[in-house]
Design a protein around this ligand. Structure first.
Ligand SMILES: CC(C)(COP(=O)(O)OP(=O)(O)OC[C@H]1O[C@@H](n2cnc3c(N)ncnc32)[C@H](O)[C@@H]1OP(=O)(O)O)[C@@H](O)C(=O)NCCC(=O)NCCS
Length: 165
């Protein structure tokens, strides 16, 4: 089951975000340390201003996805949205949770007038790249040294899913 998270769901959001950054620290542009630096009010503000979803099995949160428009309504960028915090717990991989999360993002973003969903993914994250390709995302660019970590740089692909194709 997929449902949108509201500001009152800050506990669930922190739980799944912590799991993501612990399980897949190399997949995201944020570190666990930066996550710990954020207050509950910071997290609530994010939930209030973005479209963030949880995947649930019973009472357990097993995945997350978040999108936001890249330009305010009425601007020349208001057809674009970014996809962030896309994550499914390892024990749920390969079972359709990621498809369900993306389908909900596509449905809600389309209803809001979004025509393309954009993301950045570390080039060595083969499973995520494989998932996005299968879902119809097209690789449109590569940012060398997109992330700087203690053990070196990581490159990222920019990928785009056209919703009006
Ligand atoms: C990315 C993520 C949400 C995808 O969810 P998932 O349940 O693992 O995805 P699926 O199993 O449905 O799809 C993965 C696809 O990649 C393919 N794949 C798996 N490992 C692969 C590899 N090493 N190389 C290429 N493709 C691979 C799978 O075969 C599958 O495609 P198929 O169903 O056509 O066989 C999940 O793996 C995850 O949370 N990863 C850690 C966090 C992360 O990387 N987030 C993305 C940040 S941009």
């Amino acid at each position: 089951m997929i449902r949108r998270l509201a500001a009152r769901d800050v506990g669930l959001w922190k739980e799944i975000r912590r799991a993501a950054l612990e399980e897949a620290p190399l997949a995201f542009g944020r570190t666990l340390a930066a996550f710990h630096d954020q207050s509950d009010d910071d997290h609530r503000a994010r939930l209030a201003t973005s479209h963030t979803y949880g995947a649930f099995h019973g009472d357990s949160i097993t995945g997350s996805a978040s999108w936001r428009a890249l330009g305010p309504s009425g601007t020349v960028e208001d057809h674009r949205a970014g996809l962030y915090s896309f994550f499914v717990r390892r024990e749920r991989h390969g079972q359709g949770d990621a498809d369900a999360l993306l389908a909900r993002v596509v449905r809600d973003a389309s209803a809001a007038g979004i025509l393309q969903i954009e993301l950045d993914v570390v080039t060595t994250n083969a499973r995520a790249v494989g998932f996005y390709r299968r879902a119809g995302f097209e690789q449109v660019g590569l940012t060398p040294r997109a992330l700087r970590r203690d053990d070196g740089f990581a490159d990222e692909y920019r990928m785009i899913l056209r919703l009006d194709a």
